[in-house]
Design a protein around this ligand. Structure first.
Ligand code: G6P
Length: 362
């Protein structure tokens, strides 16, 4: 569809693609539903994944961050051990593999050379491989045994947004379908919960002014910014930091809340922005404890929490969704904050310096 690659009234592809996320998730549900409304994945794929004793997710950049979240979804629901690896490292430093490994390559473009180099090695070893990609017929899709598509439509902005949430959507469906195939009963209805996610995304896409204010307040002059979180929120923090550095050139790092005290806290100075994410009840108090630690050293805290866990000191609250799916919604304020930070700093949002949409060299 040609209209997919037009900016329309949007000033940037990135903003358009952020706004498309509710639609992308709704479309994804449809694409993976059978005529009875149940989520399904090709039987061959599920059988192959079911036979594996361990899954190895291999990816780069934003897709790697999606892999970190996806691994949690699969372990929690399907009770299969999952390892997540950066492609360029795995390529030179392959870990000792389990007896029956299955590889999952996550790649928006399906063309990333680092990931392809691993796929070539894996195929030589005779292991099965599944590619999760946005591009049908891409190299990684053609060369792997199986493919799951993101159906996100073309992503033009270099900074990945809708592909990330679509990757999380597909991985949640894979986790749920695999869980059922393995005889585990789910305590929730994923179709319904992904629908709630899509609605929450819409609410967030309508909070642009509020998020622009946050970007102005915390990021207009700073040289650096830290993102902290625990469990799922830590992984989202990694992605938030990547978005911010990619397009605004603010030095940004994501950390596990509990790791701060082992080094990073030394970098906190008067006014250093620290964006803390709290969507997981189990670690809400611990992450808020970490916020107190950085505030005591002068940090300027911006807490993004989920409705139900919010307190008066929070800067932004996202609607309640299934905790396992929270990254699909908590990433949206981070995407928009990065977008506005880049805009306020006169950066080229869609084509940041030194970066390419897909990197086809190792
Ligand atoms: C490039 C892009 C990133 C992307 C990464 C992996 O570095 O700039 O935005 O996350 O490649 O791309 P892939 O297409 O494999 O998901």
């Amino acid at each position: 569809d040609a209209s997919d690659i037009e900016k329309g009234t949007y000033p940037h592809y990135m903003l358009k693609e952020i706004d498309e996320q509710p639609l992308v998730i709704r479309k994804l549900i449809q694409k993976y539903q059978n005529e009875n409304g149940e989520l399904v994945i090709d039987e061959d794929i599920i059988n192959a994944v079911k036979q594996a004793d361990r899954l190895y997710i291999v990816a780069a950049g934003t897709s790697y961050h999606a892999g970190l979240v996806g691994a949690q979804m699969i372990e929690k629901l399907a009770k299969v051990p999952v390892e997540v690896h950066v492609a360029s490292e795995f390529n030179y430093n392959m870990p000792i593999l389990s007896e029956k490994p299955l590889f999952i390559f996550i790649s928006q473009s399906g063309e990333t050379a680092d990931s392809r180099a691993v796929l070539v090695q894996v195929k030589e070893l005779g292991h099965p491989a599944l590619t999760v990609t946005n591009v049908q017929g891409s190299t990684l899709s053609r060369e792997a045994d199986y493919t799951l598509l993101l159906h996100a439509g073309p992503e033009i902005a270099v900074a990945s947004t809708k592909a990330y949430t679509a990757q999380l959507g597909v991985l949640s469906i894979l986790a749920a379908v695999l869980a059922e195939a393995k005889g585990h009963t789910l305590e929730f209805d994923l179709v319904q919960d992904l629908g709630i996610v899509a609605n929450a995304m819409e609410v967030l896409c309508n909070a642009k002014e509020e998020l622009e204010d946050i970007a102005r307040k915390f990021l207009s002059t700073t040289r650096n910014c830290f993102f902290i979180g625990r469990t799922m929120d830590y992984y989202v923090g990694l992605e938030g930091a990547l978005k911010l550095k990619e397009i605004s050139y603010i030095q940004a790092e994501g950390f596990a809340g509990g790791e701060l005290k082992h080094g990073t806290i030394a970098l906190i100075e008067d006014g250093t922005p620290v964006i803390a994410i709290s969507t997981q009840e189990q670690v809400d108090l611990s992450i808020r404890g970490n916020v107190k630690e950085v505030v005591a050293r002068g940090a300027n805290p911006c807490i993004i929490s989920m409705k139900g866990l919010e307190t008066e000191e929070d800067s932004f609250v996202v609607p309640t969704v299934n905790e396992l799916l929270s990254p699909l919604v908590s990433v949206i304020p981070l995407q928009l904050i990065s977008y506005y930070a880049a805009l306020h700093r006169d950066c080229d949002v869609d084509k940041p310096r030194n970066l390419a949409k897909s990197v086809t060299v190792e």
